[in-house]
Design a protein around this ligand. Sequence first.
Ligand SMILES: [Zn+2]
Length: 308
Amino acid sequence: MSTLGQQAGCKRRRLKKQYFLILLLVLFGTVFFVGKSYSFRELPSTPDEPSTTLELTDTPEPIATPKPIDTPEPIAIPEESGPKPEPPTEVESDKTALVTEENIPKKVVYLTFDDGPSKLTEQFLDVLQAHRVKATFFMQGSNLKKEYLQKSVRRAVQEGHYIGGHSVTHNYKTLYTDQQFVPEMIETLDLIHEITGTTPRLVRPPYGSAPGLKNEQMRKQLADAHIKVWDWTIDSYDWKLAGNPSQIVKNIKQGTTSDREIVLMHEKKQTLEVLPEILKFFKDQGYEFAVYNDAHHFVLNFQNDSEL
Ligand SMILES: [Zn+2]
């Protein structure tokens, strides 16, 4: 009995051990499963968050960058901008070419010398030649008639200067009060033609067109005779500055205000003295020296007469 009882006790213990092992296995299994399910829950939740952030960062970056990169390229349209640059560059180069003619503040100065020809004409021409500058001379009939001065007049024309008329007598009363302005100018222009072979139509009124040419009838006579009248934009007052030539330069500098200036000077010793300085001033200011041309006349008279 005791052996039987012992055997039965052994069986129970074995069963207990087996149950215990099974329990352990079950427990371990559930712990493992639960742990795994937790880890699964965590895994998707963590990947979700990063994935959403990744997606966010990814989407903005790829979406934003590719689109801007893609769109800019198609928007910039290398294909369109390819053919476009060609016409623009042509147009731009054309514009710059046009700009030099129109818009680029092309400063122009017309140097004018009255009352010649004189014994100083040759020296004026020498200075101008040395600086390769062309000027406009308004010469007086009484001086043009002096044969010994006519060579200088011809030289001036040969060297590209313009010779216009400045009356015969230069007398205010005769010209304006006695209304000999037009006949005197015609005579002077004829003299210039005889001496040089040119046919100038431009004159400068002694003492200016104001008030001298306020008489409308005289101006009509001029227009009928196809004579143009030029005054000036800068008065150098050189004729009265024999003892103070530097003041001539100062006057010109002070008077220089616009891109197109017409400077009144005379064939005077003091003017000749400072002429190089005057040329340098305008060059430094970016002016180009221009000479009058009948074919490109522009109105410049104190009477504002568009016919002259
Ligand atoms: Zn004069």
